[in-house]
Design a protein around this ligand. Structure first.
Ligand code: ATP
Ligand code: MG
Length: 430
């Protein structure tokens, strides 16, 4: 057995023998005494070896560079100097793997490293306290999402990632050779989650990778991202927005509850919203213009305009509903009163779009018209359109970008920090 306990479990185990395994975090050699900080996922403990004292003399004489992988057996002993209030007096010490290359940067965080270098060596960066905290938070978010979905009666599904038709249309797709045919990587699970609802599954959810061949290099876009999706049959747009609001609040509140230590490491004071205000697109355009920001109805909001809106509204978390049909995906349902407006919605969290959704078109003739309006060829979407001819209920749904949500919850400035192995315009490894 490599370990009997994690470091954090040794608290309160004074006098007991444990076996721990992890990395050498720091070493201090005072001649007669040698202090080795042993780090595992849960924390750091000081291992104190004394020259001339058996059986720990072996370690006292040993050269163990930082980040060496080790295993130590010893007795947990009270200590006045060690930060944790206890230390380990080793009886057995083994090097499980030696360091044979230069460790690219300080895992202690004492010397800051560039993000690019950290990403080149992500497997080392993940050992730092801050990066580990980010991925602990991300895991809580995705589990809170799943918990909310299951508690609300949703069924988890797994749509394909290789497809024949480009979901969102346009040029931002990755092509690949699929035997004799050309295929694409999915831009979103959209069409498939709709077909699950048409199939009578009624309420489905999924966490899936999506691929966007967008050439721009921004702080909030990746070329491979992870989406958390809901799709609801027989649901009005308002019911879908209510679900999105409740799910978002649930995720934030779970992080607040379960990640106290991580949020502290990240220096983040997380506020759990009680309710998220809703504004129509038209209302926001009017607000912009009445505050002297020239903005034409029908345009999409730029990042600059969104920043202005935050200033005007006095808060940065809000819904935008009832968008111009022309700026939304082809499958968004036009409103009954005015076909220039559709029943689509976005959620901006702390100033960034983290989610988009819509009531979907469930009538085939309307769908064909919408495809044609976008310059898309309905015959490319035949399998999809046909699904609406054999009993498609009205439905609505949405998608939250997990990378962006994690970024904002953790208070990060760059989405790459919130993704373990980010894929951007230039980064394809590790
Ligand atoms: P944007 O307008 O910001 O480029 P989008 O409207 O194209 O995003 P959607 O198709 O609405 O994105 O995707 C749903 C959600 O998935 C977004 O709200 C966002 O959180 C996330 N997302 C979309 N594209 C990306 C991307 N390239 N990188 C990271 N997350 C993304
Ligand atoms: Mg969007």
């Amino acid at each position: 057995m490599y370990r009997t306990h994690y470091v954090s479990e040794t608290k309160g185990m004074i006098g007991k023998e444990v076996t721990l395994a992890g990395w050498v975090h720091e070493v201090r050699d005072l001649g007669k005494l040698k202090f080795v900080q042993l780090r595992d996922r849960s924390g750091i403990i000081q291992v104190t070896a004394k020259k001339g004292r058996e059986p720990d003399a072996v370690l006292a004489e040993m050269n163990v560079p930082k980040e060496t992988v080790v295993m130590v057996t010893g007795v947990v002993t009270e200590s006045k100097i060690a930060e944790a209030g206890c230390e380990l007096i080793p009886s057995k010490f083994a090097v499980l793997n030696e360091i044979t290359a230069k460790v690219p940067f300080e895992v202690t965080g004492k010397v800051p490293a560039d993000l690019d270098v950290r990403l080149d060596y992500r497997y080392v960066d993940l050992r730092t306290e801050k990066t580990a905290a980010i991925f602990a938070v991300r895991s809580v978010i995705v589990n809170a999402f799943r918990e909310k979905a299951l508690d609300s009666g949703f069924v988890e599904v797994h749509p394909p990632t290789i497809v024949e038709a480009a979901t969102e249309g346009g040029a931002d797709v990755f092509k690949l050779q699929y035997f004799e045919k050309e295929a694409f990587l999915v831009q979103s699970p959209q069409l498939y989650k709709q077909m699950a609802v048409i199939g009578g599954m009624d309420k489905v959810f999924m966490t899936v990778p999506v691929f966007r061949a967008e050439k721009h290099n921004t702080l909030s876009h990746l070329n491979e991202a992870t989406q958390m999706d809901f799709e609801m049959g027989f649901a009005t747009p308002e019911q879908a927005i209510d679900m999105l609001e409740a799910t978002t609040i649930h995720c934030i509140s779970r992080v607040k509850e379960k990640c106290e230590k991580e949020l502290k490491i990240l220096g983040r004071e997380l506020v759990v919203p009680q309710k998220i205000p809703r504004h129509t697109y038209t209302e926001l355009v009017e607000k912009l213009n009445s505050h002297g920001v020239k903005f034409t109805w029908g345009e999409d909001f730029s990042r600059e305009t969104e920043a202005k809106l935050v200033e005007i509204l006095g808060y940065s978390t809000y819904f935008v509903t009832k968008w111009p049909t022309a700026v939304r995906a082809f499958y968004s349902m036009p409103s009954e009163e005015d076909e220039k407006i559709c029943n689509a919605y976005d959620l901006n969290y702390e100033g960034l779009e983290i989610s988009s959704g819509a009531q979907r078109i469930h009538r085939p003739e309307l769908l064909i018209k919408a495809l044609q309006n976008r310059g898309l060829n309905p015959s490319d979407f035949e399998f999809y359109v046909n699904a609406f001819r054999v009993g498609a209920p009205p439905h609505a749904g949405w998608s939250i970008g997990l990378d962006r949500f994690t970024m904002k919850i953790c208070g990060l400035h760059n989405i790459r920090e919130a993704t373990m192995f980010p894929r951007d315009r230039v980064r394809l490894k590790p």
